[in-house]
Write a protein that binds this ligand. Structure first.
Ligand code: NI
Length: 138
């Protein structure tokens, strides 16, 4: 794909802070950093729409002593309409487990699944990471 050049005007203080950030992040030039920022912004914009095709990981940390919680976590994964590809379990300590659940669906479905699991009594923390392929952005 052909590269197009464009000029950007920026005050020196902002540019200095940007260069300092790029240095810490290991960028060798501004162009690659700006391309990554644009890609991230386009992905965030696409993923804000509930119907955007997506994939991701829902991570929950929970107290495995809570009665029936483990079964409820499993039931929700079986009953969801989205594709639960796999999950990985980690025994965090004597009380807590963490589960990373890899899913494919729409951004809205993944958000809903994450919220449903995080809202269960006994789930101490729930986080979702949702990504989309550039060629699938609506
Ligand atoms: Ni465990």
């Amino acid at each position: 794909m052909a590269l197009e050049r464009f000029g950007v005007a920026m005050d020196s203080e902002l540019l200095g802070a940007f260069d300092s950030l790029l240095d810490r992040q290991g960028y060798s030039n501004r162009s690659e950093a700006i391309r990554d920022l644009v890609r991230a912004e386009l992905a965030d914009d696409a993923l804000a729409r509930d119907d955007q095709a997506a994939f991701g990981v829902v991570i929950v940390m929970y107290d495995h002593h809570k009665p029936d919680l483990v079964n409820r976590l499993i039931d929700i994964q079986h009953d969801t309409s989205i594709d639960v590809v796999c999950s990985t379990h980690m025994h965090v300590d004597s009380d807590h487990c963490a589960e990373a659940i890899f899913v494919r669906g729409t951004a809205g479905e993944i958000r809903d699944l994450g919220a449903k699991l995080a809202g269960l009594k006994g789930v101490a923390r729930g986080e979702s990471v949702i990504l989309t392929r550039p060629d699938q952005r609506a």
